[in-house]
Write a protein that binds this ligand. Sequence first.
Ligand code: CA
Length: 224
Amino acid sequence: MRILLIEDEQKIASFIQRGLKEEHFVVDSAYDGEEGQYLAEINPYDLIVLDLMLPKKDGMTICRELRQKKNTTPILMLTAKNTVRDKVVGLNAGTDDYLTKPFSFDEFLARVRALLRRQREDKTSLLKVADLELNQLTHEVKRSNKSIILTSKEYALLEYFMLHANQVVTRTMIFEHVWHESFDSFSNIIDVYIKYLRNKIDHGFKQKLIHTLRGRGYILKAGK
Ligand code: CA
């Protein structure tokens, strides 16, 4: 899943980036409000982490403007202040949750996961398709109860497929949610990773789960 981080404090930004990457999220970063809002408007993020005090444009204004433009991406606001008044103002501006600095990464991650789960009908962290299982908390992947070791990118790709099981997933969707802003979309990198994933997930199993839909994309499902 792809997260936009808008935070001007370099130390906090790299602490969050590092932690999220370890959890297999794709992270785009902006260090001022204008750049952050621009990225939020042109890319379909799964979550936006937004600092309140930012150069060029503050977090509250960005949040209000995104909501006015019908952007419904969940927003986790980071704030140094912790007064009741700020919380009320923030919720009116359309943020979904708050975190007051300083915070531990575990605390931050728990909020991120809760917001991402809220978007889904199925609220569990254990994703299942046929005998394939992916645990979003431990990052364990199993097929027929046998552990499968995936690289970070393979994991992110499989997680995206499993969150969209039985739905057509286009190459554009994969680029937008599993790869970074600066990626060259004309390369064959997706095909390469689908091949890696098939080797690990489907190879040796009679029932194939990843199917190619010629000219349309891919679908993860049990059966043809
Ligand atoms: Ca700041």
